[in-house]
Every structure is written in structure tokens, then in C-alpha cells.
Ligand binder design. Structure first.
Ligand code: LFR
Length: 473
């Protein structure tokens, strides 16, 4: 029996999870979990990518010692962010996508290629942190001129582990520089933006063998010599979508963690002007599918509020806070969760209160009321996105699959069922790790079949919870 390991890096924590396929089911075991703590320096907000790499490889070492049948590992992480390299040297810690340096760069890129043309070429929702804008910011600061290679976070870790530089396609699709058909970099766009050709490595599919872990890395972290890295849907959301146990075209998904990605899986991109105006993205999925989705601000609003309360000495315990939130009766004000002022780190409760005051609503008088307002505002945003999916794709959505950490939040699931007027199927919580493991398992020949076959494994291996809508839509 063979085992594979997912190295799944999220915005707040990373984990190494092993997966064993047995009797058509996938069994998971978390072997390591470690924090991911961004660091603010005078020049901006950065990821501590060296700690992440070291913790990931340490975890892989633990996995390889505890699981003698481990044959492979693959890395996924959040999208868009990247390391700038010169030769084999990393030129500083990667910027965090929530850093505020991109505004001028957006204007500079749009002066060369307008938003309409950009959407036709890359199919992406406008987000100020898409790699193309970050690279323009690095060009303006002079950093990019020093670099001869750019690697997205999972590709960077993969390169350090194996010495093989690639650009995995699903994550490459979030850079804004990949051709819409996913076949390669948009060289014309890069030339117009004065990005040197060859900056980005060759694009490879999810499920491509990368190579064995190098001898030096094996020795450093105690990793067995049988372990080879492959690519998967290295954009965490691409792996999460593989892990959604959906069947048929009447299903939509919400991958709910720091962000909430609300979307449908399509056979081909939709780049109409209507889709652009509605803020829908066409990211590359595993097996050539399109992830037609929109970024909703997500549980960031809650986690950043928790952080603010802790900083001011009013630390909250999440489970008991959520119990109090469930007990809030009466109407609470809702706000636009996607207001750009909520993107950067900071005093989230104060920002939300400012938004509510601006729109003439009362300011919540307690943490539970504020959190209730966050959850109801998220549910309302999900409902709007589901309506948009129907309008933009011509499909009818009957079931909403909510996967990721948010699936543990029963109140959010119930509010989502009520707001959307659809059945919510919640789980699996570990959809990203599952999607990563299943694509690896297929690459190693441990399972066969298309995405539907992989999702059948998910359905057999997990027990989702169903929430039916109460009341009218
Ligand atoms: C979710 C995610 C989103 C992406 C955002 C920033 O973890 O990957 O899909 O838009 O993080 O990279």
C-alpha cells in the first residue's frame, strides 16, 4: 500500500497530511501543523517563507519516518505571491498579497493594457494583488531588474526541495500573465509590460513528476530517499475544488477559509463583459476545467477581528463566541464584505463600524453582534454570487457545497442555506489537502479516473452535513 503527503500552506497555518487509498476510500492523517505568521518590516508586509519551507520539510521528514510506504509529496498554497530570484538566491522575503504597495502599479499596468483587454486575455477578476500588478510594483522599485527568475510559492518550495523549477498551471493562471487557454505565458502581454521573457519557468500540468528530493535536503530533514515530488493543483483553491464532492451541473461551491471562493466548475472560460463587471474570475482547474469563481472576503473578517480584540486585551475564545453569536436574536446590520478597505490587516472591528456608520446603520454593541453581522453579510454576499453564477452561466444552482474551515461553522452554513435558498452540503473541512492527495494518488497510479472518479472517492471518504434553507429566499 502506498501513501502520499500533501504539504498544504494556508494564510494562517500550514500542514503536512498523509493520505492512504484503501478500498476506494482516502484515509487522512495530519502529521504536522505549523503557524504561518506574516511579518511587517519597514518596507511592507512579507511572508516568512524560509520558516514555511523549513517547517514543511521537517513535517515531510516526520511523515517519511512514520509512514514507510510514503512515495510522494506535493505542495499547494495560496495564489499570486512569489519569490524573486537571481540564480539560486532568493532576493528577499516575498511580499504578502495584503501589502499595500500595489495601487500605483495597477494604474501603471492599466495605462498599458486596459481592464477590458486584460480580462479578455487572462480572464481574471480585478484584484489589486494579482501577480501582474505585484510584478509591476517590483519593476517600479527596481527589485525586478535584479531578478532573473520568478517562482510562485509552491513552485519555490518544490524547487528548493528538488532543484527543478516549474510553473504549475493552476497557480500560474492566477498571475494574470498566463494565456486564457492555459497553454503558456502571454508573451505579447509580457513584452508590452516590459517583463523580460524567460522570467517565468515553463508551465506544467498538475500531476507532473518533478523529481526526487535532493540528497542535501533529505539529509537535512531526515527524508527517505524513496520520496519524489509531483505537482498537483498547486493553487490551494484548485485542490479544494477537486475535493468538493459535487456531481452534475446544478452544484456550486464555496471554498471557505481566509477567503471565500464562490463558484462553479465549467468546461471553458466565460470572459463576457458581464462576467468581468460581476467580478468573476476564470482560473485554471485540474484536468483543464475552468474555476469560474469570485473572491469574497471570507473568514478573514472574523480572524482579523479576533486578532484586534486580542491586541486590545479583549481576547475571545472562538467556540464560546460563536455560541453567543448563534444566540443573537433580532436584526443585525449587514455591510459590503468586499469593500477594499477591509483587505489590509488592521483594526477590523473599527473598520466595520466605520462602514456601518457611513451607511447610517447602528454600530454593534458587542462582539457577538459584530460577528453575527459579519456572518450574515458573508451569507448575503454568497447568495449574490450564486445568483450571478446562474445569470452568467445559464445554469440552475440547486446545491451549494461549502468546503474548507468554514464548513465547521454551523451558523455560517445555516445562514448560507437561508440566504441562498439552496441546500448547503458542508464538508469536507480538509478539501484542499484531499484534492492535493487525490491528484498525487492518481499520478502515482494508486487510483485512476477523471475528476468525477476522484470526487466519488471524496464522497465515500467523508460525511458532509446538510443544511436546508428555512423560510423564503
Ligand atoms: C485562497 C486563495 C485565493 C486567492 C487568495 C490570494 O487561499 O488562494 O484563491 O485569491 O488566496 O492568493
Amino acid at each position: 500500500m502506498s501513501v502520499v503527503a500533501a504539504i498544504d500552506l494556508g494564510a494562517t497555518s500550514g500542514r503536512v497530511v498523509t493520505g492512504t487509498v484503501r478500498g476506494g476510500e482516502l484515509q487522512l492523517r495530519e502529521v504536522a501543523r505549523f503557524p504561518n505568521t506574516p511579518v511587517r518590516l519597514p518596507d511592507g508586509l512579507h511572508w516568512d517563507v524560509l520558516s514555511l519551507y523549513s517547517a514543511a520539510m521537517t513535517g515531510l521528514g516526520v511523515a517519511s519516518r512514520e509512514e514507510p510506504d510514503l512515495v510522494g509529496a506535493a505542495v499547494d498554497s495560496w495564489a499570486v505571491d512569489h519569490g524573486l530570484l537571481r540564480g539560486s538566491r532568493l532576493l528577499g522575503n516575498p511580499y504578502h498579497y495584503r501589502d499595500e504597495r500595489n495601487e500605483a502599479a495597477v494604474a501603471a499596468v492599466h495605462a498599458v493594457v486596459g481592464p477590458e483587454e486584460l480580462y479578455r486575455r487572462n480572464g481574471l477578476q480585478h484584484l489589486p494583488f494579482t501577480s501582474v500588478f505585484q510584478l509591476a510594483a517590483s519593476a517600479a522599485s527596481g527589485d525586478l531588474a535584479l531578478a532573473d527568475r520568478v517562482l510562485l510559492i509552491p513552485d519555490l518550495i518544490g524547487w528548493w526541495a528538488t532543484g527543478v523549477p516549474v510553473a504549475e498551471r493552476t497557480n500560474a493562471s492566477t498571475t494574470g500573465l498566463l494565456r486564457l487557454d492555459g497553454t503558456g505565458w502571454d508573451e505579447d502581454l509580457m513584452a508590452r509590460l516590459e517583463l523580460p521573457p524567460g522570467l517565468l519557468p515553463d508551465v506544467v500540468e498538475p500531476g507532473t513528476p518533478l523529481g526526487p528530493v535532493t540528497a542535501a535536503v533529505r539529509e537535512e530533514f531526515g527524508i527517505a530517499d524513496t520520496i519524489a515530488l509531483t505537482t498537483v493543483g498547486s493553487h490551494d483553491t484548485a485542490s479544494a475544488v477537486v475535493g468538493v464532492p459535487m456531481t452534475g451541473e446544478d452544484a456550486a461551491y464555496i471554498s471557505c477559509g481566509t477567503w471565500s471562493l464562490v463558484g462553479a466548475e465549467l468546461a471553458a472560460p466565460v470572459v463576457t463583459d458581464e462576467a468581468r463587471r460581476a467580478g468573476f474570475t476564470n482560473e485554471g482547474g485540474v484536468d483543464g476545467r475552468t474555476r469560474f469563481l469570485t473572491n469574497v472576503m471570507g473568514l478573514w473578517l472574523l480572524s482579523e477581528s479576533m486578532r484586534a480584540w486580542a491586541r486590545s486585551g479583549q481576547e475571545q475564545d472562538l467556540p464560546s463566541l460563536l455560541d453567543q453569536v448563534a444566540a443573537v436574536t433580532g436584526p443585525v446590520p449587514v455591510f459590503d464584505v468586499d469593500d477594499p478597505r477591509l483587505l489590509p490587516p488592521g483594526d477590523m472591528p473599527a473598520r466595520i463600524e466605520a462602514l456601518l456608520t457611513e451607511q447610517g446603520d447602528p454600530v454593534p454593541d458587542s462582539a457577538p453582534v459584530l460577528v453575527r453581522s459579519i456572518l450574515q453579510s458573508l451569507a448575503r454576499a454568497y447568495a449574490g454570487a450564486i445568483e450571478d453564477i446562474e445569470r452568467l452561466t445559464g445554469r440552475t444552482v440547486r446545491t451549494v457545497h461549502l468546503v474548507g474551515g468554514g464548513a465547521q461553522n454551523a451558523l455560517l452554513c445555516r445562514l448560507t442555506a437561508d440566504a441562498t435558498g439552496r441546500t448547503v452540503v458542508a464538508g469536507p473541512v480538509e478539501a484542499t489537502a484531499i484534492g492535493n492527495l487525490l491528484v498525487q494518488a492518481r499520478t502515482h497510479g494508486l487510483i485512476t479516473g477523471d475528476l468525477e472518479a476522484l470526487r466519488a472517492v471524496v464522497a465515500r471518504s467523508t460525511a458532509p452535513r446538510t443544511y436546508e434553507p428555512q423560510g423564503s429566499r
